[in-house]
Design a protein around this ligand. Structure first.
Ligand SMILES: Cc1cc2nc3c(=O)[nH]c(=O)nc-3n(C[C@H](O)[C@H](O)[C@H](O)COP(=O)(O)OP(=O)(O)OC[C@H]3O[C@@H](n4cnc5c(N)ncnc54)[C@H](O)[C@@H]3O)c2cc1C
Length: 453
C-alpha cells in the first residue's frame, strides 16, 4: 500500500499522517462509528481538492470531505481513504447587496460575522452556527425560516464543485444545472462543494421570541398548524420535553424579527390556545437569537454529554399522520433512558412549498413536521448506544410506513443500499444517473453506504 497516495510527495495542500489528525477524522458528533482514514488533506484551494481526488481515483481510494464533523453515523468518514478537511478552506470571498460568496468550509458564524455588519443575513440559517456551509448544503439544511424560504440548499444561487472525476466546475440553475441538482442535498455523492453563493436578505435588528406552553400534544399541534398557515411569525418550532414529574411538556418556540418598535404580542398571539400564564416573551439581538444553541453546547460540554454518543434520529412526518405517529412514539419512549435529562423531541411544522432541492425526500403534503429525537444520553455505555440505534431503525420504519421520510442529516442508523433506494423512491434513478456521470468510480462519501464501491 505504501507506494501509493500516502507516500507520494504532494503539492495539494498540507497532508497529515499523524495519529491526532487520523483520530479526529475517525470521529464525529455521533461518536458511534469510527473509520480511520489513510491520510487527511488540508486543502488551500479548490485545486488542492481536485488534485486529491484525481490522485485517489486511479488507486480506487475513496474520498470524503469533512466540514465540521457534526454527522452522527460516520457519514463524513472513510476507512483507509482520503479525508479532505474543509476547515482550511473557509474564507468569506465577498458580500454584495443581495448575496454572500464563501468557501465551503466556512461556518455560519463566519458568514454572519461578514454579512450582519452590512445589514444582511442568509434567509435560512441552521439552528447551530458551527456547521460548515458545505456540510449543510450536502444534507439540505433546515432552519427556522424553512417554511418561508425552503432549505438552505434552496437559497444557494451558485456553487463551485469538484466532481468525483476531479473536475472543478461552476454550477447554478442556468449552468451545469444537473450538477447543481446533484450536489444540493445530494449527501456528498457527486461532488465536493468548494465555494457557495447564498442569497441574502435584510437582517432584522432584533427578534421577539415567545415560549408557549400546552397541556397536550393535540393542543400544541393545533396551534402549530394555525401558525404554519399564516405569516405572523418567522419561526415556529415545537419541542416535547420530559417533565420533571414524569410524562411530557409541550412547547412552541415562536419568533418574529423586527427593526424599530417591537411587534404587538396581543396581535401575534391572537387566537392561540396555550396557557397564557406560562408565556415567556423576550426580545434579543438577532445574532443572539441565531446563536441560542451556544448556551446548551456550553452546558453539555461542562456536563460531559457533548462528548458522549448522540444516537439522534431526524425525520419528516406528513401533517395527516403527525398526531398518531407522535403520540404512539411518545407512549413508547422512556424519556430518561431514551432521551436523557437534556434531550427532547423536536416537532416543528414546516410548509413544504419552498423546499425544492431535487434530492430531498418529503412526505407529499403541503405541511409536514420535522420529527426529531434529540437524544443526549448521560452515558457512553456501548450497549445503551446500540439499543438506541436499533430503536432508531424501528422508529424510522414506523415513520416510513406512515408516509414519513428520513432527513439523513442526523440519522444515527445503518441503511442498506436497498433501503436507500427505497428512501430516494422516485428520484432513486436520478441519483444513480448523477452518480454514474459525476462519480463513476464511486469514490466520494462512502459513509452513507448508498452505493456499493
Ligand atoms: C448541534 C447540532 C445542530 C444541528 N442543527 C441542524 C439544523 O439546524 N439544521 C440542519 O439541517 N441540520 C442540523 N444539524 C445536522 C447537520 O446539518 C449536519 O450534521 C451537517 O451535515 C453538519 O455539517 P458539518 O459541517 O459538521 O458536516 P460534516 O458532518 O463534516 O459532513 C456532513 C456530510 O456532508 C459531507 N460534506 C461535508 N462537507 C462537504 C462539502 N464541502 N462538499 C460536499 N460534501 C460535504 C460529508 O462528507 C458528510 O457526508 C445539526 C447537528 C448538530 C450536531
Amino acid at each position: 500500500m505504501h507506494s501509493d497516495i500516502a507516500s507520494r510527495p504532494r503539492s495539494s495542500g498540507e497532508v497529515r499522517y499523524d495519529t491526532a489528525a487520523h483520530t479526529a477524522a475517525a470521529d464525529d458528533f455521533g461518536h458511534l462509528v469510527h473509520h480511520t482514514p489513510r491520510l487527511v488533506v488540508l486543502p488551500r484551494s479548490a485545486d488542492d481538492v481536485a488534485a486529491a481526488i484525481r490522485e485517489a481515483g486511479p488507486l480506487g481510494t475513496q474520498v470524503a470531505a469533512q466540514g465540521r464533523r457534526h454527522s452522527v453515523w460516520g457519514r463524513s468518514q472513510v476507512r483507509d481513504g482520503v479525508v479532505i478537511d474543509m476547515s482550511t478552506l473557509a474564507e468569506i470571498r465577498s458580500v454584495e447587496a443581495d448575496r454572500v460568496t464563501v468557501d465551503a468550509g466556512a461556518t455560519w458564524s463566519d458568514i454572519l460575522a461578514a454579512t450582519l455588519p452590512a445589514g444582511l443575513t442568509p434567509p435560512v440559517v441552521p439552528e447551530y452556527l458551527e456547521l460548515s456551509v458545505g456540510g449543510t448544503l450536502a444534507v439540505g439544511g433546515v432552519g427556522g425560516t424553512t417554511s418561508m424560504f425552503g432549505l438552505v440548499s434552496d437559497t444557494v444561487t451558485e456553487l463551485e464543485v469538484v466532481t468525483g472525476r476531479g473536475e472543478a466546475l461552476t454550477c447554478s440553475p442556468a449552468r451545469n444545472a444537473d450538477l447543481f441538482d446533484a450536489v444540493r442535498a445530494g449527501l456528498g455523492q457527486c461532488g465536493v462543494i468548494t465555494r457557495a453563493t447564498l442569497r441574502c436578505v435584510a437582517a432584522p435588528g432584533e427578534v421577539r421570541r415567545i415560549l408557549l406552553s400546552y397541556p397536550t400534544l393535540a393542543a400544541m399541534v393545533r396551534d402549530s398548524r394555525m401558525l404554519a398557515g399564516d405569516d405572523r411569525f418567522d419561526v415556529v418550532k415545537g419541542a416535547i420535553l420530559p417533565a420533571a414529574a414524569g410524562g411530557w411538556t409541550f412547547q412552541l418556540d415562536v419568533a418574529k424579527g423586527f427593526s424599530g418598535p417591537a411587534p404587538d404580542d396581543g396581535v401575534l398571539l391572537a387566537g392561540l390556545s396555550d396557557d397564557p400564564a406560562l408565556r415567556q416573551p423576550t426580545s434579543m439581538a438577532y445574532l443572539d437569537y441565531l446563536g441560542r444553541l451556544a448556551a446548551l453546547e456550553e452546558a453539555l460540554r461542562a456536563d460531559g454529554r457533548w462528548a458522549f454518543p448522540h444516537p439522534w434520529l431526524t425525520t419528516f412526518v406528513g401533517d395527516s399522520a403527525v398526531e398518531s405517529v407522535v403520540s404512539a412514539e411518545l407512549y413508547r419512549l422512556d424519556a430518561p433512558a431514551d432521551l436523557g435529562r437534556f434531550g427532547q423531541v423536536v416537532l416543528s411544522p414546516i410548509r413544504t412549498q419552498a423546499m425544492t432541492s431535487r434530492l430531498v425526500r418529503l412526505p407529499p403534503e403541503a405541511l409536514c413536521h420535522a420529527f426529531n429525537l434529540i437524544r443526549l444520553p448521560g452515558t457512553d455505555d456501548p450497549a445503551a448506544s446500540e439499543r438506541l440505534v436499533e430503536a432508531n431503525r424501528t422508529i424510522y420504519h414506523r415513520v416510513r410506513d406512515a408516509g414519513g421520510t428520513l432527513y439523513p442529516a442526523s440519522a444515527a442508523l445503518p441503511l442498506s443500499p436497498a433501503e436507500w433506494r427505497d428512501h430516494f423512491g422516485p428520484v432513486s434513478g436520478v441519483l444513480r444517473e448523477f452518480k454514474e456521470r459525476f462519480d463513476p468510480d464511486t469514490l466520494l462519501t462512502p459513509g452513507y453506504e448508498i452505493f456499493a464501491s
